[in-house]
Design a protein around this ligand. Structure first.
Ligand code: NAD
Length: 507
């Protein structure tokens, strides 16, 4: 059994921000941090006030302008990034347990995916900055032009609750790699792993004071104070579309940019020429991994009529057989939802689907097998049309919908009929069709014959209301740097001498 959970429930941790190299005293507004599998409090989060957020931004600015980090060489930055990578891996088991405790995501997933990926981000960017090419142009008339990338400055990094460590680590690694300083704000619901990471980094003394700061608290208080602070240079945000829009309008007032990883309602198109077994496996992972609480869930399923009965039957049967339970049990496939709000949300969408003539095939209600915790039965509905709320709105839960199509054109236009555009999944053994679909799907990423597959060398992000900008490799460089052009006169022709001729004539 998991001892950390018992210990923390008996004696909740006191969590605070970490500013200018030290943890802040625990004196802010208290926010309970809950274990969603029991509903019990495991920590108390002391909200970082607006004044403290200001202090964090000042510390980051000072570290950027005057500290050693601003002058750090690539090799020094690489050492720091690998130091963080090693620190995460040395504490991998503990971080995975804390992530599971706070999010309810099965331990097998937090250990094998979230924490591993958090560390991998730092390794990736440490290697990436060593391979940076710049553009050099020589001009025949003796000038040379260089394009280089300067750090952007103080970055505000704001993360969501559904993959707190992995997604925010991506931002931290990218921002530090390119020489920036940061103020990080995790979700007030899931701050455990990032707070612990700051403690671990403190013990190892990896970064100079003020380079990496942590603020904690609600979006409307701490988040707003950070994203609207006049002295930040950009915001890298992952979260809901409406919050992203609010942050963008604050940034617009200062003519600043933001990179936005927002909501999704991704389509999976399953053609009759696919490997059916693999497509069912992939669609299950795409709908129910991470407890279904994934921005890139491919849970809006379109199946060709020729295989619809077989596919939907297999998928539904397997959904009913999913092992829902304590996320610390190794056999658990789906854990609890993050909070009661998510349970109400699922109930709302089941009722809305039924009202709009959808058919419930599996789940549809709170799970009866638990005394406590926020458990819901993984849910499947077939929808008679694409305009239903369950097909258009992001449910962010283990909730899949089916629609049936006959023609490829119909599938593409159904998939594109969405305000979101994060990922398009295509299941087919016809390569030509796969490439045709990839060209026509209006999404930031297309995945063919695979569920979630992240290659950090490529950019990840959304079109339409799923976001702005891309994370990964050059996408992160675009986000965290300013492109600079330098033109140098090497052996140029003589310059025209302004003022020489006229001066003589006027005299
Ligand atoms: P959210 O928008 O409610 O909150 C995200 C973060 O923003 C939290 O830290 C929150 O405290 C903060 N915040 C809220 N209001 C703010 C404000 N006014 N100013 C500054 N910060 C503010 O999102 P959530 O519920 O935590 O996350 C779920 C959403 O995130 C879903 O829509 C999901 O699709 C999206 N998401 C997207 C990606 C992606 O890569 N595109 C990845 C994961 C999650």
């Amino acid at each position: 059994m998991f001892h950390r959970r018992a210990a923390m429930t008996a004696n909740p941790l006191q969590l605070t921000g970490h500013i200018a190299g030290a943890f802040v005293a625990p004196n802010g507004e208290e926010i309970p941090v809950i274990d969603p599998s029991t509903g019990r409090m495991v920590a108390v989060l002391h909200e970082t006030s607006r004044d403290e957020v200001h202090r964090a931004v000042v510390a980051a600015r000072s570290a950027f302008e005057r500290g050693p980090w601003g002058r750090a060489t690539v090799a020094e930055r690489q050492r720091a990034l690998m130091g963080i990578h090693d620190a995460i891996l040395d504490h991998a088991e503990e971080l995975a347990e804390l992530e599971t405790l706070n999010t309810g995501i099965p331990l097998a997933q937090t250990a094998n995916i979230h924490v591993a990926r958090a560390a991998q981000n730092f390794r990736f960017f440490s290697e990436f900055i060593n391979q940076q090419e710049g553009d050099v142009y020589t001009q025949e008339n003796g000038y040379m032009s260089l394009v280089t990338y300067d750090p952007i400055g103080v970055c505000a990094l704001i993360g969501p609750w559904n993959m707190p460590l992995g997604l925010t680590a991506m931002k931290i690694a990218g921002a530090l790699a390119f020489g920036n300083t940061c103020v990080v704000k995790p979700s007030e619901m899931t701050p455990l792993t990032l707070c612990r990471l700051f403690q671990i980094l403190d013990e190892r003394n990896i970064l100079p004071e003020g380079v990496l700061n942590l603020v904690n608290g609600r979006g409307a208080v701490t988040g707003d104070a950070l994203s609207s602070h006049p002295d930040i240079d950009m915001v890298s945000f992952t979260g809901g579309t409406e919050t992203g829009a609010r942050i963008l309008s604050a940034l617009a007032r200062g003519i600043k940019g933001g990179a936005m990883e927002l909501g999704g309602k991704s389509a999976s198109i399953v053609y009759d020429d696919c490997d059916l077994e693999r497509a069912v496996d992939g669609a299950m992972l795409g709908s129910f991994m991470n407890n279904g609480q994934m921005c890139l869930a491919g849970s809006r399923l379109f199946v060709h009529r020729g295989i619809a009965d077989a596919f939907i039957e297999k998928f539904t049967e397997r959904t009913r057989s999913l092992i829902v339970g304590d996320p610390f049990e190794r056999t658990t496939e789906v854990g609890p939802m993050i909070n009661t709000g998510q349970l109400e949300r699922m109930e709302h969408y089941v009722a809305s689907g039924l009202k709009e003539s959808a058919t419930l095939l599996a789940g549809g209600r709170r799970h009866g097998g638990f005394d406590a915790g926020y458990y819901f039965e993984p849910t499947v509905m077939t929808a008679p049309g694409n305009d239903l709320a369950i097909c258009q709105e992001e449910i962010f839960a283990p909730f899949a919908t089916f629609q049936i199509f006959d023609e490829e054109d119909e599938a593409i236009s159904l998939a594109n009929d969405s305000r979101f555009g994060l990922v398009g999944y295509v299941w087919t053994n016809n390569l030509e069709r796969a490439m045709r679909n990839s060209a026509r799907l209006q999404t930031g990423t297309v995945l063919v014959n695979t569920p979630i597959m992240r290659d950090l060398r490529t950019g990840f992000g959304g079109v339409r209301q799923s976001g702005l900008g891309r994370e990964g490799a050059k996408g992160s460089r675009a986000m965290f740097t300013e492109m600079k052009s330098t033109v140098i006169a090497l052996k140029p022709p003589a310059l025209p001498k302004m003022g020489m001729t006229g001066a003589g004539e006027n005299a």
